[in-house]
Design a protein around this ligand. Sequence first.
Ligand SMILES: [Zn+2]
Length: 473
Amino acid sequence: MSGTVLTVVAQTSAPAWTPSTLETMRRLESAALRDNYGYEKLAHLTDNIGPRPVGSLQAEAAVDYVAAELRKLGFDVRLEKVRMPRWVRGEDRCELVEYPGQVQGTTQKVVVAALGGLGVATPRDGITAEVLIVSSLAELAALPRDKVAGKIVLFNKRFDRRMAESGFAFDAYDGAVGLRNSGRLEASKAGAAAVLVRSVGGSDARIVHVGATDYENAAHIPAAAITAEDADLIVRLSSQGPVRLRLVLSSDLHEEVDSYNVIADLKGTEHPEQIVIVSGHIDSWDLGTGALDDAAGVAIAMATARLLHEQNLRPRRTIRIVAWMGEERGLLGARSYGKEHAAEMANHFAAIETDSGAGHAMGIYITGDPALATLFQPVAEVLEASGAGILRDLKEPAPDLIPLYFRGVPAFTPLQDTRRYFDYHHTAADTLDKVDPQELRENIAVVAVLSFALGTMNQELPRQQLTLPEFLK
Ligand SMILES: [Zn+2]
């Protein structure tokens, strides 16, 4: 169906929300802007439980904690099992062992951290080899094999800080992250001994930005990230002459363990079979405590649950709070949910996830039929009172919603100030202090109002027919 036809439908049928429902949204918004529950949950997940990598005791504890808290709010809670390989960081060590101007008897430390989810360690004494710097896969492909064989390949693609600071943080990230994802495989094919990736982030505090690499492909060479400052140092020294590095990595991929998505339902009064998902992901990387990524998203979803409970609001459709597991390891929990619930997708009315921190909220991003933005204008008008009235289309949904989106489910996420997000994301500096309590409340207000709007609206949403990509089947 075309957007034009749907707009006509929207104009001729009953309004999506009655004046009294819109009034309830305003009440919900002002209650959210006074909320302390969300920040308390965020503080517990990060300060008390700590880092939550897949398969860790902390990830398990976080599952139990979120489940227990949502049960207290009267939600019907269950855990849906997903098997996931556990990955444990070992020793991460890197040093410059030969370089122009080296003072005899010394080496220089390079700040390094293994990329996640990869079960390839170096030999115990490490790999010592000359470094080869490339800034793209094309540049690597153009090199003869004997130039690459046995080398430590450094992928040196700069994260564009000015782009991020201008409000295009995800474009800046997308511009650089490809090499972290697929560089290892290509370098391995070309005979490299190991791979280093320049940190994909905006920090200038010499901290490493980690993340996943494409571990599903059999490329058995170790891979790690180094800081932007260390990458620049290696580039400068390499312009003067050959540079040799020693790299020691002992991270290991362990057995598959039982892990869980937390699913908590507030049954709809009229259409209990129709589901509105409100979500964040519970796992994090191991270096920080995953406050921005993504305890904030889980806390926002939990605070939404708490506000509905506190205000005694029972929407017509089921509100389903989900704390996804394994996002950082390739959307493992969300992909499993998409497959397990494939037959019920027509009843998944809409889905929300917050997974880009908790910066100042300015509105709603929508991924789906272009006619959706028109439909949600009345909701934007409610949120405008608190400065969050922008409605924008977003090309790709929040990560855990990808399996739902490709099965036709409209996807929503708060539109936030993300200019500083990649200064901390996936680093040791992703900690509670990076979340401003009032900005967290702004996000809770957007998600709570939007959840209630989706749960109560008197209209169906237009859906898209998309082709399911291979990795989601
Ligand atoms: Zn995330």
